[in-house]
Design a protein around this ligand. Structure first.
Ligand code: DGJ
Length: 718
């Protein structure tokens, strides 16, 4: 049993992997959290008020109790997990437990992405039903615990079972009190072209908060926040991490209370979210995934990786190695015609590329980023035989054919905008703020969702498309839908995301064999919500190999290598101006879904030969990079050297990847300690050298890197 109910102690103990999570119904029917951490030997935690309430306290008991679903106005002074404004205007809520159910498996969330089980015994679930007697607010707190990994998921279902409407003002699917304090917060911060840098900062009294109000999870912060002990590192120490399966605005924060206890919360951002519930209406929160690790950040990430790779990503491509692709963007930008594309594709095929992707610029009259978004019809000047003609010719070269779309957008200079000027997000009487000379379609509206489904589907069903890059290149402004009444305007951002999810579900399920990759100005929406629909995401618009070390390292805190698009581009690099040798560019891209983003016709003969060898090697290693256990070994955030490794489940095959950004004069030869090997077996390198597993892990392997921008990929086989 993964969920145990102890009637005399009134506790629910959720156990899986190495983790326990303990809830308690107190004598006044409040739901408390007694523990989240290393697995306990069975159901052993008991509630004692003296653990929480100081004998000489001035404080209200409710303000110091470890509430699991805190509500406001009746003694709790922090941000509530469920905040409600009644029809009368007050914001007092008092939730009490009325019942609970335990069941096997894990239910899907209606209209929302969520991790799932394939067999009932993979997880067990607990639904705790709470009620506020006065408003008739019913809340079900739903928990699932994964038996093998100990991952715990949480979401909240709200129902107005009363007789008057009320407005939900705060919604946090996770708000978990920890006994610990004096912790560090770790989050993934960034900007366009430098997303997901690992930032670690001590948190003490008060609040530490990250958020997005942009209508997308964003380049700036990822919907992920971890707390760890000050001595935690990649390999040891405790981590409590929360990841939100959602693609819109969010917040995540740690509040440390007057006793120094921390609380980890993630959920909707109240700056841009509220929701009116009429009697009989319901609202489901996005899902939070909670991971506890006592083996440092690698332990945390490995649990996220296997959960997100196998039980969040779905469909035909989930368990398949992804084709080596060539994307046209950095190679030709908007400057192409059919002839040029076919010469690029032919050269790519010669090198061993398997998928040719036509990026932006193929539709309407688009020759720059100033027009035609929304008009998903091929430009006859550039593509005289249309998409289907091009696709046929690309297929004849032995390549698959992929296509770029940015379906959520509209250019003011487009037929779509001229026909439906009211379909974009806007507020009457105010200017429509443009970014990249484009506006955002109002996906909270059903007719807009239907237009996207039908216009994209008609291209996909008629043009022999094997892959789609789904881009989204700006953040929301004037996000108050014209179609909603005043009291619902602040629902727009969330309704947009729900609309987007409906569109993605419709299109991806209608074309199950198409490989979808999501993108948002690079990695501006690299989040678990998008991964539910599309098994991979374009990591960043920064393709510089040195920058990519940080990008891929940081992204790997939560996301598996199988989710990251990683391309070799031309030098000098278009984002940084840096010239990194082809070998290192390839060795870095090998750590994700490998591709090229350059004009292969411009490669020298020697470079083309090297690219050919590189592609052949990628093909032989990609099964292991996709599903091997990923170990971060040396951090690019801490020095000039970076190392990571992929280790097969049975520990017999290892790909060790080592990189030097700038060499340091007169430094000791680099020694890398491997992890996760079998200590008792011999491993053989490609050059015939043999090493004992324990030696590789405890003493390390010397890797002779020489010079700036150097790298080595070392294969070890037991
Ligand atoms: C932003 C993406 O991240 C790029 O890869 C490229 O597709 C451009 N958009 C095209 O406009």
């Amino acid at each position: 049993m993964s969920v145990e109910w102890n009637i005399s102690a009134q506790t629910w103990t959720l156990s899986g992997g190495n983790t326990s999570y303990v809830l308690h119904r107190d004598a006044e029917n409040r739901l408390l959290n007694l523990y989240w951490g290393l697995r306990l030997p069975g159901d052993t935690v008991r509630f004692d008020p003296a653990d929480y309430i100081s004998f000489a306290s001035f404080d209200l008991p409710v303000s110091v109790l470890p509430l699991e679903v805190p509500v406001c106005g009746s003694g709790w002074f922090g941000q509530p997990a469920v905040g409600v404004r009644s029809a009368g205007g007050d914001e007092v809520v008092d939730l009490r437990v009325v019942s609970a159910d335990i069941f096997s498996g894990k239910p899907a969330l209606p209209g929302l992405p969520a991790v799932y089980t394939e067999k009932e015994d993979e997880a067990e679930s607990l639904a705790v039903h709470l009620e506020d007697a006065l408003t008739g607010l019913k809340v079900t707190a739903l928990y699932s615990v994964f038996t093998q990994s100990g991952a715990v998921t949480r979401s909240l279902f709200l129902e107005n079972a009363g007789s008057a409407p009320f407005t939900v003002t705060s919604l946090l699917p996770a708000s978990v009190p920890l006994w610990q304090g004096n912790l560090d917060a770790v989050h993934l911060n960034g900007a366009w072209a430098r997303e997901r840098r690992v930032i670690r900062t001590p948190v003490s009294e008060g609040d530490f908060r990250i958020s997005s109000a942009r209508g997308a999870s964003g380049h700036e912060e990822n919907p992920f926040l971890a707390l760890c002990e000050p001595n935690t590192d990649e390999f040891s120490g405790s981590v409590w991490a929360a990841s939100l399966v959602y693609s819109g605005s969010f917040q995540a924060f740690c509040h440390t209370d007057i006793f120094g206890h921390s609380r980890l919360s993630v959920g909707m951002n109240p700056e841009v979210f509220s929701w009116l519930l009429h009697p009989g209406e319901t609202l489901t929160s996005p899902e939070a995934v909670l991971i506890h690790s006592d083996s440092g950040f690698n332990g945390m990430s490995q649990t996220f990786h296997s959960l997100y790779r196998t039980r969040l990503a779905r469909g035909f491509w989930r368990d398949r190695s992804r084709p080596v692709l060539l994307n046209s963007w950095e190679g030709v930008y908007f400057d192409f015609n059919e002839e040029k594309l076919l010469s690029v594709a032919a050269k790519a095929a010669e090198l061993g590329v398997e998928l040719f992707v036509l990026d932006d610029g193929w539709f309407g009259k688009r020759n720059a980023d100033n027009c035609s978004l929304g008009d998903w019809v091929a430009n006859p000047q550039k593509l005289p035989t249309g998409l289907s003609g091009l696709s046929e010719k690309v297929h004849a070269l032995g390549l698959q054919f992929g296509l770029w779309f940015e379906p959520e957008m509209v250019s003011p200079d487009s037929d779509l905008y001229r026909a439906h000027p009211d379909w974009c997000l806007h507020v009457q009487g105010r200017p429509r703020t443009q970014a990249r000379q484009q506006l955002i379609l109002d996906l909270s509206r059903r007719e807009v969702q239907d237009y996207i489904i039908s216009s994209v589907s008609s291209v996909l069903s008629s043009s022999g498309i094997d892959y789609v890059k789904w881009d989204m290149n700006r953040n929301m402004t004037e996000a108050f839908s014209e179609a909603l009444p005043p009291e619902r305007k602040k629902e727009t951002q969330h309704r947009y995301i729900l609309g987007l999810y409906r569109v993605l579900e419709a299109i991806t399920s209608a074309f199950p064999q198409i490989l979808f990759e999501s993108c948002s100005g690079g990695g501006g929406r690299f989040d678990p919500g998008m991964l539910f629909y599309m098994p991979q995401t374009w990591t960043s618009d920064d393709t510089d190999a040195v920058e990519r070390l940080k990008l891929q390292y940081g992204t790997s805190f939560v996301y598996p290598a199988s989710a990251m698009g990683a391309h070799v581009s031309a030098v000098p690099n278009h984002q940084t101006g840096r010239s990194v040798p082809l070998k290192m560019r390839g060795d870095v891209a090998l750590g994700g879904n490998f591709g090229f983003e350059l004009d292969p016709c411009k490669l020298t003969q020697e470079e083309a030969e090297e690219a050919k060898r590189m592609i052949a090697r990628v093909k032989s290693l990609r099964d292991l990079t996709r599903r091997g256990t990923f170990w971060r070994l040396l951090s690019p955030f801490e020095g000039q050297n970076t190392a990571w490794a992929f280790v097969s489940e049975d520990r017999t095959n290892v790909i060790l990847c080592v990189y030097c950004a700038l060499s340091v004069p007169n430094s000791a030869p680099l020694r890398v300690r491997l992890r996760g090997l079998d200590p008792a077996v011999w491993y053989k390198a490609e050059d015939g050298r043999r090493f004992f597993g324990a030696t590789l892990m405890y003493q390390g392997l010397t890797v002779p890197l020489k010079g700036d921008f150097s790298s080595e990929i070392i294969l070890l086989n037991a």
